[in-house]
Design a protein. Structure first.
Length: 442
């Protein structure tokens, strides 16, 4: 493709007719997608024109210009990458809401491009991290909430998608990224805290051990302080933060398991705040999967709490489903359920989280099969009556895994021939199991 052709597109991009501008940008985008690489003398001119078109009055032209930046920067020069990243980060602070939104969307689009060459990706990610971290640090007060949300979104996407270079970015710019995240993670704005949590979870998966320890210590201390200050929103944010960090960076938390578990047990003593309990149980599940060596001392207490939460359904009366005359009372039960409304009942989330946690526990500790039959199996069987289908599926899933960890018994074996303790327990529970399953098949 000739330089003349590109110059013709640039000329049309200056047209007062939006259709000409649209077609010119569309032709350029098509050429990029076919592998066209701009010459060094042209990439600066094209990048400047595309930056101008991000402020075009036509949304269609804006959208096409946004899409051009990812392929443009894929093989762009360091000068072009620096210029584009700098201008987009500058536009994030614009007084024009539309310009800020377009800049944020464009940055998110270019940082998650998976096929960019490593060298250009490294340059781009470094410049974007510098710019976004600077904006976040400058706006760590209570103002500019939307700006903080946009920047944290970009940083989150950057850490999430730039897998080939993100570790080197965190290593090189650990201090700047930390200073950008912490004021918002431990600030007073709940929405911003939640967004900062997502960025922090990926950051903590790659940062140094000292920085990781600093974040964990601050999260726990902030949660404790929020309890004393009776700031329920902050408590919820920190518990959610622990759950998300445990899931994303759990393998980095092995040195901090005792204080983390102490905190999680503290916030799961009761069932008052359903959301908090759900987050705590999610953290239990993640840590069981990510830190198998450090978790055994806490498994007994985790199991006890999950079994208690699995039956947590305060707004519904199941009745005495163990009575033999249940079959004759189906019509009465249906009449009672007609008047029941659970639109605002979210207790099922706690039960589902507990079922998933038990699922992970059983799968990860097959050596405890016999113990699980004595402690977990009876409760799972009793909860086959669960009214929420998605929770019931997880309960059956946990029991299915328990069955899969049990050594099969030969078909011709007599009761006295069975030596596996788990199989013996299963035989003892078979009557209750069959009864509970048959009820579900009606």
């Amino acid at each position: 493709m000739s330089q003349l052709k590109v110059n013709q597109w640039l000329e049309k991009m200056n047209s007062t007719d939006k259709d000409f501008r649209f077609m010119a940008v569309n032709d350029l985008l098509t050429a990029f997608r076919r592998g066209y690489v701009l010459e060094d003398t042209l990439d600066l001119h094209v990048s400047q024109k595309l930056l101008e078109l991000l402020k075009d009055r036509s949304p269609e032209v804006q959208n096409l210009a946004m899409q051009c930046f990812a392929p443009l920067l894929e093989k762009g020069s360091a000068q072009v990458i620096a210029k584009v990243a700098s201008q987009l980060c500058k536009d994030l602070k614009s007084d024009n809401p539309s310009e800020k939104d377009v800049a944020a969307l464009t940055l998110k689009g270019i940082v998650k491009e998976p096929n960019r060459a490593e060298q250009s990706s490294r340059i781009l990610q470094r410049h974007v991290a510098d710019g976004v971290s600077g904006v976040l640090t400058d706006n760590s007060g209570e103002n500019s909430t939307q700006l903080a949300l946009d920047c944290l979104d970009i940083l989150y996407v950057q850490l999430q998608y730039a897998q080939t270079v993100r570790e080197s970015i965190v290593t090189e710019q650990e201090g700047e990224i930390s200073q950008a995240i912490q004021p918002h993670l431990f600030g007073k704005r709940a929405g911003v805290r939640k967004r900062a949590t997502m960025a922090a979870s990926y950051f903590m998966a790659m940062c140094s051990d000292d920085m990781n320890a600093l974040f964990i210590t601050r999260i726990i201390a902030t949660a404790r302080a929020a309890v004393e200050a009776e700031d329920s929103n902050c408590v919820r944010s920190m518990i959610q933060c622990l759950a998300i960090v445990s899931n994303q960076a759990g393998h980095r938390l092995s040195a901090h398991i005792p204080p983390i578990m102490e905190t999680l047990f503290f916030f799961s003593q009761g069932q008052g705040d359903t959301e908090n309990v759900e987050f705590v149980v999610q953290a239990f599940e993640a840590l069981i999967r990510k830190c198998p060596r450090e978790m055994p001392p806490f498994l007994e207490e985790i199991t006890a709490r999950c079994l208690k939460f699995l039956a947590f359904d305060p707004n519904y009366n199941y009745g005495d489903l163990d009575e033999e005359d249940m079959d004759d009372g189906d019509e009465d039960d249906d009449e009672e359920e007609v008047d029941y409304s659970d639109d605002e009942d979210v207790s099922w989330k706690v039960r589902r989280a507990s079922a998933k946690c038990l699922n992970s526990l059983i799968a990860s500790r097959r050596d405890m099969n016999a113990l699980f039959y004595k402690t977990i199996s009876p409760v799972l069987i009793s909860r086959f009556k669960e009214r929420e289908e998605n929770v019931k599926v997880d309960i059956f899933g946990a029991f299915e895994i328990l069955l899969s960890t049990t050594k099969p018994v030969p078909a011709d074996a007599l009761p006295g021939d069975v030596r596996d303790e788990g199989a013996v327990c299963l035989q003892e529970q078979s009557a209750d199991l069959i009864k509970a399953v048959l009820r579900q098949m009606k």
